[in-house]
Design a protein around this ligand. Structure first.
Ligand code: TXA
Ligand code: MG
Length: 318
């Protein structure tokens, strides 16, 4: 299959409207989109990514007002979050409209909905006839793509078109909040932090990370290994305690000055830059044959929680 590259949101939308697969930028990570009414296109998402079919897709809408096309009920809690964080890096889980395909929801009674804020994304979505179902645009289990080169690396020849935009500003996937039951639940950490959510919804609960003894994780994606480069990933504490032994052929990413001895170092001025660069750094390290990636342990607040979640999951034994 020939994969077209375009900078035109209208052209990319024409592919979607013809039932084809298009990777597109958002402020979180790049998505791999299909028209939600096209069964064949939805099936080909799972094929292109090697994605398990029991992992539901997020539906992307061009404006907050369109949420009722996909969600049957918008709870008062969801209304508050929409008011404050849409468009933006937040996905809401809500009761689904009955017409939404089981391929999108993996047969659940709920649907994940997001309205991205990136202007190019919104223009693209507004040229699509229907809302667009999209997981992250990477081979399943690999780090999410935060620029179009990474999309090409993973999906060239497997999808119809890539909409070229700038690198994703945030660089980590959206925050996911389940508003389908009375107590809203934070399912995935992201740029909209727990602290910010608590200001709007004091009752919100954070779900504990999935472990294999749990039978049914609330968000199916949580049970799969994720975000993993080929290199071994280690959460690394700088500064305190006895001087750590630096592994051979290792790279470092973090905000603090690392000890000497790393082959490759990316020191970020702040946590947002750390988040913006993490997945791209993972991919770069793999290309350079790095054996171990030491990620400075982020603080457990703000976007630090999302960073810590992605790093811990990348570090899980495989
Ligand atoms: O930032 C993002 O969210 C990106 C961009 C492209 O929007 N998308 C993304 O999609 O990260 P994906 O498929 O990699 O992750 C979606 C997560 C999965 O963990 C999935 O299980 C969960 O959302 N999810 C989707 N629909 C759900 C539902 N109805 N109930 C619970 N979890 C759901
Ligand atoms: Mg993903």
């Amino acid at each position: 299959m020939n994969t077209a590259l375009t900078s035109s949101p209208e052209e990319a939308a024409r592919y979607i409207n013809r039932g084809r697969l298009v990777a597109f930028p958002t402020e979180t990570v790049y998505g791999l989109g299909a028209d939600i009414t096209s069964t064949a296109a939805l099936e080909s998402i799972f094929k292109a990514k090697g994605r398990p079919s029991d992992n539901p897709l997020i539906v992307h809408i061009s404006s907050p007002a369109r949420i009722r096309e996909v969600a049957a009920t918008v709870t008062p809690e969801a209304e508050k979050l929409i008011e404050k964080f849409f468009p933006g890096p937040l996905t809401l889980i809500l009761p689904r409209q009955p017409w939404i395909s089981d391929l999108v929801t993996a047969g659940r009674s709920t649907v994940g909905v997001r309205c991205p804020s990136n202007p190019l994304t919104r223009e693209f979505l507004s040229c699509c006839t229907h809302p667009v179902a999209a997981p992250s645009a990477n081979i399943s289990g690999r780090p999410s793509s935060t620029d179009w080169h990474s999309v090409q690396q993973d999906l060239q020849g497997r999808i119809d078109c890539i909409l070229k935009g700038s690198a994703s500003a945030i660089g980590l996937e959206s925050t996911i909040v389940d508003c389908s039951s009375p107590v809203p639940m934070l399912l995935r950490q992201g740029a909209v932090s727990l602290e910010t959510l608590q200001e709007v919804l004091p009752s919100i609960k954070a779900s504990t990370r999935h472990n294999s003894s749990q039978k049914a994780p609330l968000s199916p994606g949580q049970k799969y290994p994720h975000y993993a480069p080929r290199a071994q990933v280690i959460l690394f504490d700088t500064g305190t305690g006895p001087t750590a032994v630096i592994p051979q052929n290792a790279a470092y990413i973090g905000t603090a000055q690392p000890p000497d001895g790393f082959r490759k170092v990316l020191r970020c001025p702040d946590l947002d830059t750390y988040a913006h660069n993490l997945f791209r750094f993972f991919r770069e390290c793999d290309r350079q044959g790095i054996g171990t990636i030491c990620c400075q342990r982020p603080p457990s607040s703000g976007i630090g929680r999302a960073l810590q979640d992605r790093i811990e999951r990348a570090a899980e034994p495989r």
